[in-house]
Design a protein around this ligand. Structure first.
Ligand code: SF4
Ligand code: F3S
Length: 104
């Protein structure tokens, strides 16, 4: 599966949702997640993210992010249409360790 990782937080560009063939993105206040059981591993969303936040879960040690995607995909509403990025997106793109800014 693919998952959304830390650099989405406080950016939330939402380009990713436009290309997903199975509409498996879910929206929180300042981040999106992918539902790992719904993702068909097509990979088309990965290059669409301007923040480079989407990764295959096989890359580096992403277990914590997989758990976060799994938990919040079950709680948050589905999103299928692009909307404007967050106002602070540019400022926060690339800031390290953004988990502390995560809004559940
Ligand atoms: Fe959707 Fe494909 Fe991305 Fe999975 S890899 S979230 S199915 S676009
Ligand atoms: Fe987040 Fe990138 Fe999508 S910043 S909302 S994963 S386009």
């Amino acid at each position: 599966t693919y998952i959304v990782t830390d650099n989405c937080i406080k950016c939330k560009y939402t380009d990713c949702v436009e290309v997903c063939p199975v509409d498996c993105f879910y929206e929180g206040e300042n981040m999106l997640v992918i539902h790992p059981d719904e993702c068909i591993d097509c990979g088309v969303c990965e290059p669409e993210c301007p923040a480079d936040a989407i990764k295959p879960d096989t890359e580096r040690n992403l277990d914590d992010w997989l758990a976060l995607n799994t938990e919040y995909a079950a709680k948050w509403p589905n999103i299928t249409q692009k909307k404007p990025e967050l106002p602070e997106a540019k400022e926060f793109d690339g800031v390290p360790d953004k988990l502390k800014y995560f809004s559940p």
